[in-house]
Design a protein around this ligand. Structure first.
Ligand code: NDP
Length: 420
């Protein structure tokens, strides 16, 4: 029992907060703090109108500023801080949690907002060389807090969304219950939803487009193999969605699973995209609209990808119009009792069902529910250790049970079609 401080009030946060507000035995008091306080107030009003028994308060905060965050944490006195703002704020929020000795949880690893900052670039380029891949995001920034969190006696739980998050817990669960050793993991994120717009992103456009337009990479035999964007394509027939094209991307959970699943030989991540999405994205990239550095326009600086974000439909507005399902999961191949075997663990989620329940589409739902589950396990003391951890480092069983209980039931297929 205690208070949770949730930072951010966008698509993912609104799902997580609504789920927390229904689970008053763990979350009797919720403080929602974000840059735009009116969004927090609107959600508080909605929850109160629905008769939540949780006490909800709201605050304005600029989570880029460590001092503001420290003042907020000192005022609110939470047991846990759940960061559902953007990956740009991970380090400032971790710094504030460290200063106030409060547990920290997030769903996405740190990314720099200004990738042209010379100080950041110098560190980034050194790390890329060491690691042999060039993604703008990696865990090294946050793993560097491990010792300081340990010394402060607090916990940092990284990446409790769906991917990373549920896919990482699926991996720990497969290892615990189905294998002596896992050798191959294929993570597959399929969105079979249709929102009816020619082009829109299902979550924050800036983060989404950067992820998709970057080089891909996968882990094989102890090192990274880098690919050009969209270079590796496969076709897969997804349960309840059908046949889809999917492309290999770099994804953050590969990095932590490579460390935490002993003996793993290869980990790949695939995401489905339709041809129309890719053509729009290529065109936007070709004309410079995906640039993340400022350009001068009529006497003032603008960042093209931020301007594009203002033009695209707000991901939060896609809920009522999106139909279809998501299917996200992992195929594992390894050995059990000396015999090679494969299993596929996945969840199917229906966009319209999510909308009916919480007023959001399935992408926010499939991230917000695991965020709430991670927070619940930490609040309840079920997952508790000092230091900084990824979700697969804990006992997966209570998390898997909670997925079934809170709206993301999963399936184990013991005879899956493998990805070539
Ligand atoms: P949104 O853009 O919908 O929401 C972000 C929220 O953070 C907004 O309320 C925004 O405020 C707030 N915010 C942004 N900057 C600041 C700041 N400096 N100070 C305070 N608040 C700020 O994003 P999503 O809800 O789609 O995504 C939330 C997180 O979830 C992201 O980190 C994303 O990467 C992650 N994610 C993880 C997934 C996973 O499976 N692991 C999948 C999808 C997303 P304002 O309203 O003023 O803009």
């Amino acid at each position: 029992m205690g208070k949770i401080l949730i930072i951010g009030c966008g698509g993912v946060a609104s799902v997580a907060i609504q789920k927390c507000a229904k689970c008053v035995e763990t979350f009797p008091e919720i403080c929602i703090a974000s840059r735009t306080k009116s969004k927090c107030d609107a959600l508080k009003e909605k929850l109160e109108a629905q008769g939540t028994k949780a006490v909800i308060t709201t605050e304005a905060v600029n989570a880029d500023k460590v001092e503001e965050l420290i003042a907020l944490i000192q005022k609110v006195q939470p047991k846990v801080v759940l960061n559902l703002a953007l990956p740009y704020q991970d380090l400032t929020i971790m710094d504030a949690c460290l200063a106030c000795k409060v547990d920290y949880i997030d769903t996405a690893n740190y990314e720099a907002e200004d990738t042209e900052d010379p100080e950041w670039r110098a560190i980034y380029e050194k790390r890329c060389k060491e690691k042999g891949f060039t993604a703008y995001f990696d865990y090294s920034w946050q793993w560097a807090y491990k010792e300081r969190f340990e010394k402060a006696g607090i916990m940092g739980l990284l990446g409790t969304g769906f991917d990373p998050g549920v896919t990482s817990v699926f991996s720990a669960y497969a290892l615990k219950h189905y294998f002596d050793e896992i050798h191959y993991i294929d993570i597959m994120d399929c969105n079979g939803g249709d929102h009816g717009y020619p082009f829109a992103t299902n979550f924050n456009p800036e983060i989404n487009l950067r992820e998709v337009s970057a080089n891909g990479s996968y882990w094989e035999d102890g090192h990274w193999v880098e690919t050009k964007p969209m270079e590796i394509k496969r076709v897969y027939n997804f349960d309840q969605v059908g046949e889809k094209d999917m492309y290999l991307l770099h994804h953050e959970e590969i990095e932590s699973l490579a460390q935490n699943i002993p003996g793993v030989k290869r980990i790949r991540f695939f995401m489905t995209f339709g041809q129309s999405y890719l053509t729009h994205m290529k065109c936007l990239e070709n004309v410079g609209m995906l640039r993340t550095d400022p350009v001068m326009f009529e006497g003032r600086e603008i960042v093209p990808i931020q301007f594009l974000k203002a033009l695209l439909p707000d991901p939060a507005s896609l809920g009522p119009r999106t139909v279809g399902k998501t299917n996200i999961g992992c195929i594992f191949t390894g050995v059990k009792d000396g015999r090679e075997k494969s299993i596929y663990i996945y969840n199917v989620c229906d966009h319209q069902e999510c909308y009916k329940e919480l007023g959001s589409q399935a992408i926010s739902y499939t991230t917000g529910v695991p965020a709430m589950i991670g927070a619940k396990l930490v609040m309840d003391g079920v997952w508790k250790k000092a230091g900084v951890f990824n979700v697969e480092e804990f006992d997966p069983d209570p998390y898997m049970e909670a997925l079934n209980q809170y709206g993301l039931p999963w399936v184990v297929d013991e005879n899956p079609t493998l990805v070539e």
